[in-house]
Design a protein around this ligand. Structure first.
Ligand code: ATP
Ligand code: MG
Length: 561
């Protein structure tokens, strides 16, 4: 097996543990992790960290990562979520091969193992009401009390458990509990419930079962059955580890495999919420358009937003893995996306907020090709021609009648370069009766065409993009921004009130003809604007719709201070 020094991912405490295990041959050459979502919602950015971590380790240590659905709760789970989860993991670039499992595949075995625990005197059927169970649970200061049913005989327990399975009892009449220690300082060890009665249809097993195993019981056994070596989970399960180990210790003769549970700090990200409950609220209240709304921190949303799998991988590597909870600023994720897109997105030109520029000394019918590189870092991608003519679209923001300090673009008397074309000098502007800007006028300097000898003899500070009025296409562009206006939504008031009212703006823009052929999910840098993706749902070749993924620079602090 390779060791971590040969991997591209940075070292962390989990990799150190694995290296140690490898050097001692603890697992006999086996390496297996798993990603175990509950199919009760869409995956979010936090899950991406867990996916990149688990699948990344499997890749680097020459093992495998199992895709396992933890589907023990019949009421909330659906096939739709299973499909969306598989899609998202694939989209992140990972492949589980034949290692796709469902906890529900193990229902028979889990049941048999529960009977074994009963036979060993390690589990019993409790018939207290839920309320009585709660009362007897104790507190941090007061130990719990034993249930009056705790000393039932093995024969009675088996009989009742079998009748629970046979459907003789209504929901809540009985539960199966582990017999551990009602006085344990760890609540998870105070005779935790292993099985409960639920007369509900399960998305895979239908009505075959009316008792369902609980997470803590199911998870460790599923791990052992799949011969997982490193069972990596988030910190809130640290207190559950003694129970994980207890169950596997009791079942050691049956299972013969005892994975190592390792906890790491979950991802907390500013300007979003990452809890399924809150995400559901955002969708159901229609604060966002759908589960794949590009503003939502779901992975389907991220994909529509134009975020990339490589960007998530970079992000996961960069934020690292630790044992201490912390917050990661959204700008870190955005910067990772920008880095990946900067390398991989071709450049195009779009005018998002147009105003007309007339070059008064440019011949009426002349048209000259100007050549824009498709990627400044990749000359092999070539250039494309954009025809310059007398009337152009430029950005409204590139003109000011009276320039503010530090404004180097168009104002009467100032010179700027039209990208890939000539230096122009602004002469004046026309306004309508209401004082609205109509047209900007300029004259061009014929000897300054980009790429010709001596073209840079005239020095200018501003450099603006443009499109010819005669050959542009109109297109819908959706300008997305952060969904929340504050870093920690919900701390000062209800999180729904922290929604950024400007998180989505739809505009009509002018795009260069080369963009009309964009395929859904094709990504571009619109020069001077940022990164954009052809929407995977609404964009069609010939009639594109673009979503803004992220701006070119982190301007949030400046614009929202
Ligand atoms: P939520 O808290 O949003 O409801 P969950 O933890 O209940 O999510 P699961 O489907 O159980 O969702 O999660 C599958 C895996 O993803 C688990 O191993 C869990 O630890 C991990 N995971 C969930 N949220 C995060 C996060 N914010 N950061 C890292 N890993 C996470
Ligand atoms: Mg969970």
């Amino acid at each position: 097996m390779p060791n971590s020094t040969e991997k591209h991912a940075p070292a962390n405490f989990i990799r150190h543990m694995i290296d140690e295990d490898v050097s001692q041959n603890k697992w006999g050459g086996r390496f297996a992790t798993r990603f175990p979502p509950e199919p009760n919602g869409y995956l979010h950015y936090g899950h991406a960290k867990s996916i990149c971590l688990n699948f990344g380790l499997a890749r680097d240590y020459g093992g495998q990562c199992h895709m396992r659905f933890d589907d023990t709760n019949p009421e909330k789970e659906e096939q739709e979520y299973v499909d969306a989860i598989l899609d998202a993991v694939r989209w992140l670039g990972f492949d589980w091969g034949e290692h796709q499992f469902f906890a529900s595949d193990y229902f028979d075995r889990l049941y048999a193992l529960a009977e074994f625990l009963i036979q060993q005197g390690m589990a019993y059927v409790d018939s207290q009401t839920a309320e009585a169970m709660r009362e007897h649970r104790g507190t941090h200061l007061i130990p719990g009390q034993n249930s009056p049913f705790r000393e039932r005989s093995v024969v009675d327990n088996l009989d009742l458990f079998r009748r629970m399975k046979a459907g003789e009892f209504p929901d809540g009449a009985h539960v199966l509990r582990a017999k551990i220690d009602m006085a344990s300082p760890n609540f998870n060890l105070r005779d935790p419930v292993l099985y409960r009665i639920r007369h509900a249809e399960h998305h895979r097993t239908g009505n075959l079962w009316c008792i369902y195993p609980l997470y803590d019981y199911t998870h460790c056994i599923s791990d052992a059955l799949e011969r997982i070596t490193h069972s990596i989970c988030t910190l809130e399960f640290e207190d559950h580890r003694p129970l994980y180990d207890w169950v596997l210790d009791q079942l050691a003769p049956q299972l013969g495999w005892h994975p190592q549970q390792i906890e790491f700090a979950r991802l907390n990200l500013t300007y979003v919420v990452l809890s399924k409950r809150k995400l559901i609220q955002l969708v159901e209240s229609q604060a966002v358009d759908s589960w794949d709304d590009p503003r939502l921190p779901t992975l389907v949303g991220a994909r529509r937003r134009g975020f990339t799998a490589a960007g998530f991988q970079l992000f996961t590597d960069r934020i690292g893995v630790s044992k201490a909870d912390s917050w990661i600023d959204m700008s870190v994720l955005e910067e990772c996306m920008r880095e990946d897109l900067n390398l991989n997105a071709e450049r195009r030109i779009a005018v998002l907020n147009p105003i007309k520029l007339i070059i008064d000394n440019y011949p009426e019918n002349l048209q000259e090709d100007c050549f824009a590189p498709n990627h400044p870092l990749k000359p092999e991608l070539g250039k494309r021609a954009i025809p310059l003519s007398k009337e152009l679209w430029i950005e409204r923001e590139d003109y000011m009648e009276t320039p503010s300090k530090g404004f180097f673009r168009l104002y009467p008397g100032n010179r700027v370069r039209l990208r890939y074309a000539y230096v122009i000098e602004c002469t004046h502007a026309d306004y309508d009766a209401n004082g609205q800007l109509l047209t900007v006028h300029a004259e061009y300097l014929p000897d300054t065409k980009s790429g010709t000898p001596g073209s840079d003899s005239v020095k200018v500070k501003g450099n603006i993009h443009w499109l010819p009025v005669k050959s542009v296409e109109a297109c819908e562009v959706r300008l997305y921004d952060r969904l929340f206006s504050v870093p920690h939504p919900g701390t000062e008031q209800d999180f729904m009130l922290d929604i950024n009212p400007h998180s989505k703006q739809i505009i009509q823009a002018w795009i260069e003809p080369a963009l009309t052929g964009a395929q859904a999910e094709e990504r571009f840098q619109f020069e001077r604007h940022g990164y954009f993706v052809a929407d995977r749902v609404d964009s069609h070749v010939g009639k594109p719709v673009f979503n803004r993924t992220v701006g070119l620079k982190d301007t949030w602090g400046k614009t929202h201070a």
